[in-house]
Design a protein around this ligand. Sequence first.
Ligand code: BES
Ligand code: ZN
Ligand code: ZN
Length: 461
Amino acid sequence: MSEPKALIQPDRGQDATLIHLVNKEGFEAFAKGLTAGQRASLAAQKFEGGGYQFAIIPDGDSWFVASGVANPESLSSWCLAKLAEELPEGTYRLVGAEPGAAMFGWITGQYRFNRYKSEDKAQGPRILLTTQVAQIAAATAEAEAECLLRDLVNAPAEDMGPAALEAECERLAKAHKAELTVVRGDALEQGYPMVHAVGRAAARHHAPRLMHLTWGDPKHPVLAVVGKGVCFDSGGLDIKPSSGMRLMKKDMGGAAHAIALAGLIMGARMKVRLHLLIPAVENAISGASFRPGDVLRSRKGLTIEIHNTDAEGRLILGDALTRASEENPDLIVDFATLTGAARVALGPDLPAMMARRDETAEAFLAAGKASDDAAWQLPLPEAYREYLASDVADMANASQNPFAGASVAGLFLDRFVGEGLDWVHFDTFAWNPAPRPGRSRGGRGLGLRAAWHAIRARYGA
Ligand code: BES
Ligand code: ZN
Ligand code: ZN
């Protein structure tokens, strides 16, 4: 897996290959300062200063780099990511500029999921020097959190089951001296009955569980972070078609976001009392599966009629959100790969965000924009609550109509969030279907930095 730690280093005048940042407007002036031979090499490489273009320019016995960026004065997260992916191993320095936000893409551009590659032909590290020494730690921490998230999502379900998610929470707890309690298997029947019902059909070594990590001074405001940990979503008895099942190892992407975010919060020693709640299950098929038509009793006491066993994430989150609410938190943030409807509405790059309070929604949206991790808000319309009405129980787990699926799922969750509490819900994809600079195909954070920057602004670091 990845070792992003040393990819950004303080500039102490080390030997380094220079990177000149150029945009289309500045290209001519840049080319004028070069020799005829160097200009010829630019032309041969079709370099004109466009975004993600770069060229290697010979210079005596050595060479330097010209990198096309939109605005050399202010780099975004992905501006240098392609360089980080493609330049030869070595140490680099920007000329007359600082990497700033592009440090994130420099590191994530070098991410590879090589856990299962017998022979990894990856090149060695490309190191970027910067004088923004104070920013290195924060940028590296964010990129490390992203790489961890990707590793968790990319791991196949057999190796990233509920037990592996527990091990990940344990590692996190050890690293930050947090407390971890885990309720496993049949013990869930008491406190987390919906987690038990969804997870009980899985093989014994994938038994369901609820991880509850706590950290920080109890006098600080309580921040609850919750993540959907469906380690594989077959759909249950309402089985998915094979095309819909193929990527469902990533259905624990919400848990991966929550774990990564919790690591950032604790690493920054934020002044919060953190509660991380991860319900982890496999939505499997066996004689023990919960069924369409079953009625589940939730931790909250509400009874839930099952219309569709594939709407399982909201069930396990319901119990976890109930538990989170019992701490009377200042804020609850949850992440879940909850609905296909959110993807139909927003595609793979924009997480859907729902929130109870407008000020909180605005803060999260603004933080997302500012950190190149934009989210889009969807509503929680009162009028659609009736879509979840049930003839036999207090509520159904799925609507019988095709409308507003992401909002309806949000409204389901809303029933389990304590009255009056401040709550933000991310319906995320956690996956990148097409590789782009800094974002390899596979697991990907979507909403992680939006939430992290919003939380950091709210509580201070
Ligand atoms: N994990 C899926 C949602 C999902 C599917 C996310 C594809 C990303 C890509 C979730 O458990 C699910 O199956 N939801 C159903 C709900 C429906 C049965 C009400 C859905 O979205 O179809
Ligand atoms: Zn499902
Ligand atoms: Zn699911």
